[in-house]
Design a protein around this ligand. Structure first.
Ligand code: AMP
Ligand code: MN
Ligand code: MN
Ligand code: MN
Length: 282
């Protein structure tokens, strides 16, 4: 199993565990370098760092930023950032406020569809911190009240693009988000490029723009990706001169099919992004 896992979530976004539990579990699974990458939040990093020191594993400060490229929602994993950088902090704060606002709007829509006490119950899932609310929490609630059987169905039926409880989001443009990451001394990684449902041609356009904007790496190996997809991503990384990243996208019990450190090794020929961090002691 790979010992470097550069993508996972704690309860500071839509994961189920505290950063401390996550780090301890990663260490027990043989992970030696872990990046905590909560959605639009760096709030778990200090706790994760303390736990990583105790567990003797290397923690990379990360965050997964929601962004837009040509009206397409994409995710950027920022690695090795200084979370105290003002421009990054301000940008993430805005995104968190947008999450809170969207949360109320989604709850209104679901309540109009007959799903009662939605906001109150979803808030209970995030320790009453409305800035953490994500669509996955609504999906969890919809499963718990029996409206749908699985998370996936909640997106297909209610929360996905164009569905009755969808709310458009003012996420930062990709170029802007990359500016924040670079200002914070981090590396911008395009997350799970095969999951956007875009054509190969469009993906190449995205990668070209990403590179021009200062993007430096892309995820090549993520959990549950087919071997031929991983090989294609590896070839694209080489073609665009991007380093390769890897990670489980672990979300704890919310997505039990994902496990820390569990995904395929990078294909030969990739330039692993974490080589950049091996020399640095932060
Ligand atoms: P948000 O950032 O709040 O819009 O939520 C995005 C998150 O929802 C992703 O990071 C996943 O954790 C989850 N998600 C998105 N699409 C799906 C899906 N089709 N099935 C299950 N979970 C999903
Ligand atoms: Mn998520
Ligand atoms: Mn993502
Ligand atoms: Mn993720």
């Amino acid at each position: 199993m790979p010992s470097v896992d550069l993508h996972c979530h704690s309860l500071y976004s839509d994961g189920s565990q505290t950063p401390e539990q996550l780090v301890e579990q990663a260490a027990a699974a043989g992970v030696t370098m872990l990046a905590l990458t909560d959605h639009d939040s760096t709030n778990g990093l200090a706790e994760a760092r303390r736990a990583a020191e105790l567990a003797g594993i290397r923690l990379i400060n990360g965050v997964e930023i929601s962004a837009m490229w040509q009206k397409q929602l994409i995710h950027l994993v920022a690695l090795n950032i200084d979370p105290e950088t003002p421009i990054l902090k301000a940008g993430l704060h805005e995104q968190q406020q947008a999450r809170a606002k969207r949360g109320r709007l989604i709850a209104d829509k679901l309540e109009n569809l007959g799903i009662e006490n939605c906001w109150q119950n979803v808030l209970a899932l995030v320790d009453n911190d409305e800035n953490r609310v994500g669509r996955a929490h609504f999906a969890q609630y919809l499963v718990s009240v029996g409206r749908v059987k699985q998370l996936q169905q909640a997106f297909d039926k209610y929360l996905g693009n164009g569905k009755p409880a969808a709310v458009p989001m003012p996420w930062a443009e990709m170029n802007t988000a990359i500016t924040w990451i670079k200002a914070a001394g981090g590396v911008a990684v395009l997350a799970h490029p095969a999951r956007y449902g875009i054509s190969q041609t469009k993906l190449r356009l995205l990668l070209a723009d990403f590179k021009v904007a200062g993007g430096e790496a892309m995820e090549v190996s993520t959990a549950n990706e087919k071997p031929n997809v991983i090989l294609n991503l590896a070839a694209l990384a080489q073609r665009f001169g991007l380093d390769a990243s890897q990670g489980s996208d672990y979300h704890g019990v919310n997505m039990p099919w994902l496990k820390l450190g569990k995904f395929a090794e990078l294909p030969a020929g990739c330039q692993p992004v974490w080589r950049r961090f091996e020399e640095i002691n932060t």
